[in-house]
Design a protein around this ligand. Structure first.
Ligand SMILES: [Zn+2]
Length: 316
């Protein structure tokens, strides 16, 4: 049973105190009851208002330890309001907007909060895409209308995978920056993003030569000098790419550096994959749940590290 606030007023009434926020985090982090992060023992007693001491090994822990809320000096109620705001904006949140809503003195504080929250938007060990999946790459950077900034004299390459549903429908998506369009880069993305056994449709680029060897059913669509645009060949990927670029240019005015682009891609993916949720509160629930999920793998290993030279020579 997913328990989440329905409205902003509901949120503010329910999560006005630190104790109420902690109780909610407790329920999401340990849905089956406390579990010691050191020895997995299930019995613990409270030590003061925030700490739990494991009955077996004596380890003291709090519900925020090891999560994005660890060591925060800001009241959890403020974090909850930030999460509500981020998840209730249909088009996403900008740092300037968050700064205004929470009344932060410094833009940098709001920016750092948004980046912390974006990191929670990727669920550790999340499911891969299945069924029929379209895959292609798109460029971001120089040449986009409205993109500004010193770093954007170059372009970066983004791999996009989209589940197809029915004749024209879009399912879930995955996307990330890749250093180039080589088979090494593209296949690593596909292995992470798509469940083997799925049907993968791509264009005829040689970077996709290993797809069938890796356990996918590979379907290739060919241009063959056809005057059709690539958008007609892989229509779902191109629709998603257009929506992504509109969002980057709109909500963020194109002011996204390559260094941080993957986090924005994570946010776009988080929102897109939940676009049909009727209750925005469900996104709040999911983001808080992921924010307290304890991840034994450092985040940078999860996303496979950042491309070393995203502005460099592109192979394709
Ligand atoms: Zn223990």
């Amino acid at each position: 049973m997913e328990d989440y606030p329905r409205t902003l007023a509901d949120l503010e009434t329910r999560f006005s105190s630190d104790a109420a926020c902690r109780a909610y985090l407790h329920q999401l982090r340990w849905p089956d009851g406390f579990r010691c992060p050191k020895c997995e023992h299930r019995k613990a007693w409270p030590v003061g208002p925030r700490l739990w001491q494991c009955a077996a090994c004596g380890r003291q822990t709090s519900v925020t330890a090891g999560t994005i809320f660890q060591d925060t000096r800001t009241p959890l109620a403020t974090w909850f309001r930030a999460i509500w705001w981020v998840t209730s904006q249909k088009t996403g949140a900008s740092a300037a907007g968050l700064q205004q809503v929470l009344g932060f003195g410094r833009y940098q504080t709001a920016w750092a909060w948004l980046h912390k929250l974006r990191r929670a938007m990727v669920r550790p060990g999340r499911d891969r895409l299945t069924g029929h999946v379209e895959i292609d790459e798109t460029y971001w950077g120089a040449g986009e209308d409205g993109v500004r900034g010193r770093k954007l004299v170059n372009r970066t390459l983004i791999a996009i995978a989209v589940e197809s549903v029915g004749a024209r429908g879009l399912g879930r998506i995955r996307m990330r920056q890749i250093p180039n369009a080589s088979a090494n880069s593209l296949q690593a993305f596909i292995d992470d993003a798509v469940e083997p056994g799925s049907v993968v449709t791509t264009d005829g680029w040689t970077g996709y030569d290993r797809v069938s060897k890796r356990g996918y059913e590979h379907r290739v669509t060919w241009l063959e000098g056809d005057p059709q645009s690539p958008a007609a060949l892989l229509p779902r990927v191109h629709r998603v790419a257009a929506l992504l670029k509109r969002w980057l240019l709109g909500t963020h005015q194109g002011a996204v550096s390559f260094e941080h682009l993957d986090y924005y891609l994570d946010e776009f993916t988080f929102r897109f994959n939940r676009r049909t949720s009727r209750h925005r509160g469900k996104l709040f629930y999911r983001l808080v749940q992921q924010a307290v999920a304890i991840d034994p793998v450092p985040y940078k290993d999860l996303v496979g590290g950042k491309p070393q030279d995203v502005g460099g020579t592109l192979v394709k």
